[in-house]
Design a binder for this molecule. Structure first.
Ligand code: SF4
Ligand code: FES
Length: 324
């Protein structure tokens, strides 16, 4: 196989599109949103026993975009290519482009993930005729995107043209589950942020006035030993992407469960030795919509892009509440 061929691949991005009905087409409703809030932030929960994200009316369809690119390309770059060269109407959210801001969470082949960290070669589903693909087209563990076949030592996807680029298959991209869709892959995260705010996501502590070497009073110091910092340090990496919420079968953007992201941020302060609201915080989450709603399914742990074991952390919170 030539080097030229190994650099190229084709992939089909199968994107769930959604265009909301224009505001003026929808009937006016009492108690409608405040100015500046989400245009779809009305009452939730009419369709789900858990008070799920409200369905917004509009046109839904699935659109395929076939691209030729390097298998190393991220989904974010692939979608940017679509937007810049094929279809400027495609809407998705992103900011930093490298796993720091948490704004580009979507469902890729049904699994919540960040667009900017998912590479095409890792997520493309292959035709089932491809060696190393399972019945549903997913690549079996350990099988690379490029496969040597015994028959003719040709490398690549048998579904593709031997002289043309490799055909990596299909990537299905849909909005993050559990959130109301505003447009295409953009979801309404206002509810998640409201739930987080309710749990006071800030340090409540008394500092000690530090004195400089020349005896002047300087700033407040919040002293902590390294082993105390270690207890919650990893939790400070949470970027509020909502991936754990999208994976949670209980969270559905409604009132019934504050969701794993809010609980992780609460755990960050519960485990901070400087915070003097420890007991009050445990009271705040010991509610029907707090830890009592968590079913300990632990679906939230695996997809966290910052490596937080979300399910275990919530389990530890539950243990602290019970031991009080
Ligand atoms: S805990 Fe992980 S998955 Fe959940 S919001 Fe924070 S970074 Fe995202
Ligand atoms: S664009 Fe910021 S995390 Fe992906």
């Amino acid at each position: 196989m030539s080097d030229e061929r190994s650099d190229k691949a084709t992939v089909t991005l199968r994107v769930a599109r959604f265009q909301p009905k224009a505001e003026r087409e929808r009937p006016a409703r009492a108690g409608r949103r405040e100015r500046g809030g989400s245009p779809f932030g009305g009452r939730r929960g009419s369709s789900s026993p858990f008070g799920g994200a409200k369905r917004v009316r509009g046109r839904q369809w699935t659109q395929d975009y076939r691209l030729e690119l390097s298998p190393e390309t991220t989904l974010l770059d692939a979608l940017l290519t679509v937007k810049r060269t094929v279809d400027p109407s495609l809407a998705f959210r992103y900011s930093c482009g490298h796993g720091m801001c948490g704004s580009d969470a979507v469902a890729v082949n049904g699994t919540p993930t960040l667009l900017c960290t998912a590479k095409i070669r890792d997520v493309a589903k292959l035709p089932s005729s491809f060696p190393g693909a399972d019945d549903e087209g997913f690549r079996k563990t350990g099988v690379p995107a490029v496969v040597e076949t015994d028959a003719d030592s040709v490398t690549g996807n048998p579904a593709g043209d031997a002289d043309g680029p490799l055909d990596l298959g299909v990537v299905e991209i849909a909005p993050l589950p559990g959130f109301a869709v505003l447009r295409d892959l953009v979801v309404d995260i206002d509810k998640m942020l409201d739930q987080l705010r309710k749990l006071k996501p800030y340090l409540i502590a008394d500092g000690v006035l530090a004195t400089t070497v020349d005896g002047k009073v300087d700033v407040f110091e919040y002293l902590q030993r390294p082993e105390q910092l270690k207890k919650y340090e990893q939790l400070t990496n949470c970027i509020l992407c909502g991936v754990c919420e999208g994976a949670c079968p209980v969270y559905s953007g409604g009132e019934a469960f504050v969701g794993p992201a809010a609980l992780i941020n609460e755990s960050r302060f519960v485990n901070d030795s400087r915070d003097y609201e420890h007991d009050g915080r445990l009271d705040m989450i010991d509610t029907a919509d707090g830890i009592q709603a968590c079913q300990s399914v632990r679906a939230c742990s695996r997809p966290c892009p910052k490596g937080i074991d979300v399910g275990e952390e919530i389990w530890q919170l539950i243990a602290q509440v019970r031991e009080r």
